[in-house]
Each structure stands twice: as structure tokens, then as C-alpha cells.
Design a protein around this ligand. Structure first.
Ligand SMILES: *Cc1c(COP(=O)(O)O)cnc(C)c1O
Length: 408
């Protein structure tokens, strides 16, 4: 964050890693990925290779690529850029975030034991439970904030630890280094779903993780027009196994999706800086508003994950959740918003609002949902890159409406 403008962060913020969205690491690698590498025509931007197959130079003499499911020149540029951005040695780009999750779960041996957070992404929860029911492995649901419980599980034997931080929608922060250190001592593989922050704000491999998973659908592509995923490995042996399974199952991403996602990735660091700036303004406005009971964001010193986030993240992230005073005002508030569209997903340039209880987390049993702190009055914002002033005044106008007496 050293090169971030002075207006970029609000009170209470601090430099966490020195590798923020404005630092040369991520920004330069993603902007320069594959630029000018085409030797035939000297294309500045690597061309889109749609061909499903490639000629052999002769019998027994394949070129670098033979068949697009196994490898494709356009996808390879994105894979190399993502591996570099995350500090990994290899990457496989997949057809969705869920297929990236599915491929990464193959790193658990048959009949093995997986430790996973209760509040992980709903699709991941569903896949873990579904495959456990088929006997592929056993799942132990845990709370990574309770490191003693994690240690107890590790003593009983764990093959793979699934981590997702910050969590959705309450943005609970897991200490990746603390978890990875304990996993290493007991031989478990650590996989971190880094979707919520993107490689611009958090690099789990540098914190000790073995594998990073992304839904590139979110911040990496960032324009809400491609569903995709990626699995990045810290070691080449893991990278080879991941590539083997992605090819064997047939879930590698399409070349066109890779082309689009690479275009999105090139502006990741610039978008993230603006996302961050806007999110901090929104947090400030929400905190000051009488209609808001509580705000959840790691930038707040009262947030339980604040200290860990300031150590392991190089920014706070731009999803913000908040509670309104009563369930009755949720609908009028959402309806009054003009700059926040009512939709699931996150990480696009446009701002979104979501009501977790009836949308992303609707399939959770009510008691479990309330136990997890996802109340009926909770709203989650994915703060976009519009003009910050417009976002704040839109929110304030919608929140003011909830304070008006009914019928006025
Ligand atoms: C969206 C998401 C996924 C799944 O990704 P898709 O691209 O929708 O398949 C996995 N993990 C997290 C944290 C997500 O937000």
C-alpha cells in the first residue's frame, strides 16, 4: 500500500503488507502478462486461440499444446499471470469457481478427513456434504477462530484443511499463518479460498498455504460477465496433480473466458484500490447513520478480525455487511437504492446489495442461520467502483427513508 494515494484509506487503517494493489508485484505482473510475446505478428495483446487441437510437427513430435482441454495458449497466459500474482509455481484455470473447488478437493486421499469452516461458501458446503455422503471422505466442520478446537482435530488426523477468509457475509477473518503452521506440523494440506480479497489484497501461499482457489467470477475478472475459477499451487508436485485432475475430469476453462478474464485481471490492482476507497467511505457513512444498528467490516477496530486482517491482508476488502433496526425496513431500504442492484455475487465494478437470509443463505436451516449471526435484518453490500460520493448519498437517502413514519 506504500504507493496508495493519501485519500485511499480511512481512520484506523494501517499498512499491512507493503504489497498492496499499487505495489509493483501484482500490478506489473498482471498488466505485462503475455504482452508482446507473440513472435509471429508481434501482437501487443496475446491473441485468442480458439482452436480445439494443434498439429504435430511430425510423428512423435507434439508441440507445446495438442488439445485445448489439456492446454491452450490463451488460457496458459492467464494461468501464468495468476500463478505469479499469488506467488505460486503453477495454476490451472477452470470453468467455474466450483470446478476449482472440486479439483482441489481431489488432493484429499480416498477416505481421508477434511476440516472445513461451518460458514464456508454455500456451494462448497454443498459439495463437501454431497461427496461425504457418497463416501469419498469425511468432513469435520469447525470454527478456525477456535485454534484449540483445530488442534484437537489435527491430533485426531486431518488430511486437508479448507480455509476461506474473510467469510461471507460477516467477514470473519481466519489467521492463515497460524492455521498453516499447525497443519504443517501434522502433514495436512492447506487450501485457501481467496475469492473475497483477490491476489491484490492477500497471498495465502506467502502465509504458508499449499493451494489457493479462486472464483475468478468475482474480483479477478471483475466485470460480472465470466464464470470461472483457478487453482494455484505452491509446489510443482501439487500443481501437476491438480492439472492431471482438471484435465481428467474435463473442467478446464474455455479460451474465450480466459481471454476475457485476462483483460479483467490486467486492471485488478486499479479496480481494487477504488473498491477499497469506496468501501471505507461506505463503512463510515453506515456507522454514522441512526438507522444502522451494526456494521461488519475488518477495517473497524471493534471487528474481531481487525488485528489478523491488518497483519495478513494488504487491504480490508470491499464487501461490507450491516444490520438494520427491524426486518420491516429491509424491503423499503433495498427498494429505495438506485446505485446498489439487488443481486447475488460480488466483486464486479458495479455495486450490489444482497439480503443473505432470503438469497445467498436461504438454504440454511433458520436456526443454524441465526446461530451463525445471519439475521433477517442483515444486508451485504459488494461496493463497486462508481463515484464514492454517489454511493454514499444513495445509501443515506435509502436509509433515511427507513426512519420516516409508515405511510408518509
Ligand atoms: C462465488 C464463490 C465460489 C464459487 O464460484 P463460482 O464461480 O460461482 O462457481 C466459491 N467460493 C467463494 C468464496 C465464492 O464467493
Amino acid at each position: 500500500m506504500s504507493r496508495r494515494g493519501a485519500g485511499g484509506r480511512g481512520a484506523g487503517s494501517r499498512d499491512a503488507g507493503g504489497r498492496g494493489p499499487g505495489s509493483p508485484g501484482v500490478g506489473t505482473a498482471t498488466v505485462r502478462a503475455g504482452v508482446g510475446a507473440c513472435e509471429v505478428h508481434g501482437d501487443v495483446i496475446p491473441p485468442l486461440h480458439l482452436s480445439t487441437n494443434y498439429t504435430f510437427e511430425g510423428l512423435g513430435a507434439p508441440r507445446r499444446f495438442d488439445y485445448t482441454r489439456s492446454g491452450n495458449p490463451t488460457r496458459a497466459v492467464l494461468e501464468e499471470a495468476l500463478a505469479e500474482a499469488e506467488g505460486g509455481v503453477g495454476c490451472v484455470v477452470t470453468s467455474s469457481g466450483m470446478s476449482a473447488v472440486a479439483v482441489a478437493l481431489h488432493l484429499c486421499p480416498p477416505g481421508g478427513r477434511i476440516l472445513a469452516p461451518e460458514d464456508c461458501y454455500g456451494g462448497t458446503h454443498r459439495l463437501l456434504a454431497g461427496w461425504e455422503a457418497r463416501g469419498l471422505f469425511r468432513v469435520e466442520w469447525t470454527d478456525y477462530l477456535d485454534l484449540e478446537a483445530v488442534e484437537t482435530c489435527l491430533r485426531e488426523g486431518v488430511d486437508l484443511m479448507w480455509v476461506e477468509t474473510p467469510s461471507n457475509p460477516l467477514l470473519r477473518v481466519t489467521d492463515v499463518a497460524a492455521v498453516a503452521e499447525r497443519a504443517k506440523a501434522s502433514g495436512a494440506t492447506v487450501v485457501v479460498d481467496n475469492t473475497f480479497l483477490s491476489p491484490a489484497l492477500q497471498n495465502p501461499i506467502r502465509l504458508g498455504a499449499d493451494v489457493v482457489v479462486h472464483s475468478t467470477t468475482k474480483y479477478v475478472n471483475g466485470h460480472s460477465d465470466v464464470v470461472g475459477g483457478a487453482v494455484i499451487s505452491a509446489r510443482s508436485e501439487t500443481a501437476e496433480r491438480v492439472q492431471w485432475w482438471a484435465n481428467a475430469i474435463g473442467v478446464t476453462g474455455s479460451p474465450f473466458d480466459a481471454y476475457q478474464t485476462l483483460r479483467g485481471l490486467r486492471t485488478l490492482h486499479v479496480r481494487i484500490a477504488r473498491h477499497e476507497e469506496n468501501a471505507l467511505r461506505v463503512v463510515e457513512a453506515l456507522r454514522a447513520h441512526p438507522a444502522v444498528r451494526r456494521v461488519y467490516h475488518p477495517s473497524l477496530s471493534a471487528h474481531p478480525g481487525h488485528a489478523t486482517a491488518s497483519r495478513q491482508q494488504s487491504g480490508w476488502g470491499s464487501c461490507v455487511s450491516f444490520e438494520l433496526d427491524s426486518a420491516d425496513v429491509v424491503e423499503p431500504c433495498v427498494a429505495a437504492l438506485k446505485c446498489f442492484s439487488l443481486a447475488e455475487s460480488l466483486g464486479g465494478v458495479e455495486s450490489l446489495v444482497c439480503h443473505p437470509a432470503t438469497m445467498t443463505h436461504a438454504s440454511m436451516p433458520e436456526q443454524a442461520r441465526l446461530r451463525a449471526g445471519i439475521s433477517d435484518t442483515l444486508l451485504r453490500l459488494s461496493v463497486g467502483i462508481e463515484c464514492g460520493e454517489d454511493l454514499v448519498s444513495d445509501l443515506e437517502r435509502a436509509l433515511n427513508r427507513t426512519l420516516e413514519p409508515v405511510g408518509v
